[in-house]
Design a protein around this ligand. Structure first.
Ligand SMILES: Cc1cc2nc3c(=O)[nH]c(=O)nc-3n(C[C@H](O)[C@H](O)[C@H](O)COP(=O)(O)O)c2cc1C
Length: 173
């Protein structure tokens, strides 16, 4: 799987980093940080760090054939740009490509509370097939620590991507 992971400048950029840490080695990871994302990742095997200003990076083209893209966390700024089709950096351009190519795009919007503008943007994107998957907890998973909470969220995103994991306890009825 070729997976694009974008980290924009919302609170919880560390969660995006942890998501990458938990991904299986065999997945090819193309990682984009927005200028506002403060967390810096160390280079790992099978990871390609892309410059958000490099609009000509391979993932900016539909011909690259990415399988999926996640934006974790997704700021309201990036959300609004993606909803409007603005492609002014590599994150927003790659997201636009995923939408036009009808590939899997998962956004994890992080804001509290959401404004009507943000909600309208999410509805518009959802109707286009984009998966809106904010970092929201499920209390059934016996979460005790911050680490459990993050593993639960990452597990839910992995479920959406079809990546096998054992990060949270599933509801068994
Ligand atoms: C410490 C800090 C926390 C922030 N948290 C959020 C947040 O949770 N959600 C959000 O939409 N914006 C948040 N912002 C504002 C964004 O960083 C700002 O809108 C920025 O323009 C986003 O740019 P980007 O989408 O290119 O990353 C935060 C800013 C700072 C400095």
């Amino acid at each position: 799987m070729k997976l694009i992971i974008a980290i924009s400048g919302a609170s919880g950029a560390g969660l995006g980093k942890k998501f990458i840490d938990r991904l299986p080695k065999e997945i090819e990871k193309y990682i984009i940080f927005s200028k506002n994302a403060k967390t810096v990742l160390q280079k790992e095997e099978n990871c390609f760090f892309l410059d958000n200003d490099d609009i000509a990076a391979p993932v900016s083209s539909g011909s690259f054939q990415s399988d999926a893209m996640v934006v974790i966390p997704c700021s309201m700024n990036s959300l609004a740009k993606i909803a409007c089709g603005i492609s002014d950096n590599l994150i927003t351009r790659s997201a636009a490509v995923m939408i036009k190519e009808q590939k899997k795009l998962i956004l994890a919007p992080r804001e509290m509370p959401f404004s009507a503008i943000a909600l309208e943007n999410m509805l518009k994107l959802s109707r286009l097939g984009v998966i809106i998957s904010p970092p929201i907890l499920g209390y059934y998973a016996k979460i005790k620590t911050l680490e459990d909470m993050e593993d639960f969220l990452i597990g839910k995103w992995f479920d959406l991507l079809g990546i096998k994991h054992n990060l949270y306890e599933r509801w068994r009825g």
